[in-house]
Design a protein. Structure first.
Lengths: 363, 372
């Protein structure tokens, strides 16, 4: 399904290993990380076992190396088939889970610089998110200020579940910086395991843990609302990446109803939470959690009642759909153009600006 | 909390009430903890009185999210003769059972701390006392009220023994556990409870709450009671996922699990998600022989309170169509503040059959209750 000018809001280039990042840090850290043997460690996040079927679609599996590690393969499989004009690289990396906040900050900087040089410089369709160390909101804000100078970085990227619920004031320096530079904040599925990755505790299976991303996101979104993030930062947009969206109608009914009963606890939340979501929060298309009956998907979209919320994503190289049609059965035709193009352009302000990348200047 | 009401539905709901209602969630209170004294040995009473309740949270009877109302209760539920809401049977009869034509009401004592005591032996003794108290204070004097078998859920041997001791007493119609447990409730440490429940052909009512020692969200501890109130619903989603993926319903196919006060509109999207994931990764859970949604459809029921209130009530109705009208059990949550009044809770039209099932028939089936 080609949409000339499509904007893919979630693809995952893979960092091969620590050795790829060493050139992007100073002498102290290079020596420090080598001395500690980190370049020989596999730092795969438990949340994303690289060989699990969900994490690599069979035809996206590379001949060697990590899924999503090969630029030529990624452009041929993730960009060309969909008529993609821009695709946003969201790197998921161990930098986000380290306990040493300085190490986390160094690794995030290295990943961001690596993405710019190894990916963005090589294909003018690629854009990226600024990975930030949520372990240190001040260093995260500094990194946003540093990388925001490059207009190809269009978003701030956090893991969904980190040090504490996402709305807590601890994180506000990140949101302040994001708003200052006109960048949405993307919360990507995953956990740094400071807490069990499901509300019920530690699950036994990966399939369970992945399923529990949806309930985890529901709670993170409620935290952003209750803490007053969108009152404090009225221009801020938050994108829930890989969260699903089929749960949205029932979720809104529930949190609106509780709000009516307890709103004097959070008097700064002056509008119904579902209204705040419509103004400030967006959701990537995959995983679409497609119901068995296409009519049910139609009904879900109708119940959501707002055409602005969903942003096209392939989640490449993850296995969320087969073939080249990313839309679940029953997804309304009239919405597809909005989801593929208009909604992403309205969300990511920087995609409307000329990107003065080195690559494009050279061209 | 039922703000908007459509007059047309009142007559329908009242006709349901005329035939009698089964209320699957009523919260009786102790007048004081001394109510339990007659049912504890001298050793355990002394222990309780001296050391109190040791749970996995900083306050001994609830998380540090003060409620928005005294005792979490309706303002009008304080008995005129004194004592906390729902501690006086006479007033409960008058205000709730008689007024709403409740033919059966299922008791869920909360906040006594029996489920999840860190001292397992004391937990077992306390659960036994709570069960005796339910009989003595409520179910024996008032035959409409049915008791729940309280169990020390982290002490499965004692829990199974308590189930065996009580299950043949018709005053008890279900086992009850809290949704927040030390581990997700599908884990094998809880299987002796499931085995005992299936053997006794008795339902398990998993009521929201409990103190697991884990943060109540996957992102940590939230700030507000608002978030705590909401957290019960996603936590139950995770519990259902655990029960299914661990193979509990494969091993105990006749188990009847009732999720109490956890909502239900999340069920369709959870089923869709689990089925899609299972298509891709069934090799991780080879003990499952069917799509996850089929186990959920077969083994799980939901109480209705707090009912959802979408702007368009038909959105709720179609969601129930997807879940199955035979899965919903009416509940009020008396005497709590977010109580659902059977006359006002549902703002869409139901068929006579749907109404009968929701207010009465489904619960009669799950709890093996007579419908007179």
């Amino acid at each position: 399904m080609q949409f000339q000018g499509a904007i893919d809001c979630d693809i995952h280039p893979a960092v091969p290993d620590m050795r790829a990042l060493l050139p992007y840090m100073d002498e102290y850290w290079r020596e420090h990380l080598i001395t500690r043997g980190t370049e020989r460690l596999t730092l795969h996040m438990t949340s994303f076992p690289p060989n699990a079927p969900l994490n690599v679609r069979a035809d996206y599996r590379p001949k060697s190396g990590l899924p999503g590690g090969d630029l030529a393969q990624l452009t041929a499989q993730a960009l060309d088939p969909f008529g993609t004009r821009y695709a946003i690289c969201n790197v998921v990396h161990a930098a986000q889970v380290m306990f040493n906040e300085d190490m986390a900050a160094v690794l995030c900087r290295a990943v961001n610089d690596w993405v710019a040089k190894e990916w963005l410089d090589h294909d003018p369709r690629l854009r990226a998110s600024i990975m930030v160390p949520t372990q240190s909101p001040q260093q995260a804000a500094d990194e946003i200020a540093r990388r925001a100078a490059d207009p190809r970085f269009v978003q701030v990227l956090m893991l969904a579940n980190t040090e504490m619920p996402a709305g807590r004031r601890y994180f506000w320096p990140i949101y302040e910086a994001a708003q200052r530079f006109g960048l949405p904040v993307g919360l990507h599925a995953g956990s740094s395991y400071r807490f069990a990755p499901s509300n019920a505790g530690w699950p036994s299976y990966f399939i369970e843990e992945y399923a529990s991303n949806a309930p985890a996101f529901k709670q993170e979104l409620l935290s952003l609302i209750t803490e007053g993030v969108f009152q404090k930062f009225p221009d801020l947009k938050v994108v829930l990446i890989e969260a699903g969206f089929a749960w949205l109608p029932g979720y809104c009914w529930r949190i609106d109803k509780i709000w009516r009963g307890v709103r004097r606890e959070v008097p700064w939340v002056k509008d119904a939470p579902s209204e705040i979501i419509r103004r400030h929060v967006r959701f990537t298309l995959q995983p679409a959690d497609a119901p068995p009956d296409p009519k049910q998907m139609e009904r879900v979209i109708d119940q959501i009642g707002c055409d602005d919320l969903i942003l096209f994503s392939t989640d490449y190289p993850h296995w969320q759909f087969d073939g080249a049609n990313p839309f679940p059965g029953g997804f309304p035709e009239h919405l597809k153009q909005k989801v593929m193009i208009d909604n992403p352009l309205a969300t990511y302000a920087r995609l409307n600006e000329p990107a003065r990348s080195k690559q494009e200047e050279m061209v | 909390m039922n703000v908007h009401t459509r007059a047309a539905d009142l007559t329908e709901a009242r006709s349901a009430a005329k035939a009698g209602i089964i209320d699957c969630d009523i919260h009786p209170s102790l007048k004081s903890k001394a109510d339990l004294k007659p049912f504890l040995s001298e050793r355990w009473w002394k222990h309780y009185d001296t050391y109190g309740s040791l749970v996995r949270q900083p306050l001994s009877t609830y998380l540090p999210y003060p409620r928005m109302q005294p005792d979490t209760a309706r303002r009008d539920a304080w008995p005129p003769g004194g004592g906390p809401p729902a501690s006086d049977l006479t007033f409960m009869r008058e205000q709730h059972l008689d007024a709403n034509n409740i033919i059966h009401g299922i008791l869920h004592p909360l906040r006594i701390g029996g489920y999840d005591q860190r001292n397992l032996d004391f937990g077992a003794a306390l659960c036994g006392a709570i069960n005796d108290w339910q009989l003595h204070a409520w179910a024996e004097p008032e035959p409409r009220l049915k008791a729940s078998i309280y169990i020390p859920q982290d002490f499965p041997e004692a829990a199974a023994a308590e189930i065996e001791r009580r299950a043949s007493d018709p005053h008890f119609v279900q086992i009850t556990t809290a949704s927040f447990a030390s581990e997700p409730l599908g884990h094998r440490r809880y299987w002796p409870v499931f085995a005992a429940a299936q053997a006794a052909d008795i339902a398990i009512g998993m009521h929201i709450g409990g103190y697991s020692g884990q943060a109540i969200t996957a992102g940590g501890w939230p700030s507000f009671y608002y978030e705590h109130h909401y957290a019960n619903s996603p936590a139950i989603e995770a519990v259902v996922t655990s029960l299914v993926m661990e193979g509990v319903f494969e091993r105990f196919p006749r188990l009847r699990i009732v999720l109490v006060e956890a909502g239900f509109v999340w069920v369709p999207s959870l089923c869709w998600r689990l089925d899609r994931l299972w298509e891709r990764m069934r090799d991780e859970v080879p003990h499952l022989t069917r799509p996850p949604s089929e186990y959920i459809r077969q083994n799980i029921w939901y109480t209705t309170q707090p009912i959802e209130e979408p702007a368009n009530p038909d959105h709720l109705k179609e969601t129930i169509d997807w879940i199955g009208w035979d899965r919903l059990l009416f509940s009020t949550d008396y005497p709590h503040w977010d109580y659902d009044d059977p006359n006002y809770a549902f703002k869409f039209k139901m068929s006579a059959e749907q109404r009968e099932g929701l207010f009465r028939g489904n619960a009669a089936h799950v709890f093996r209750l007579a419908q007179e």
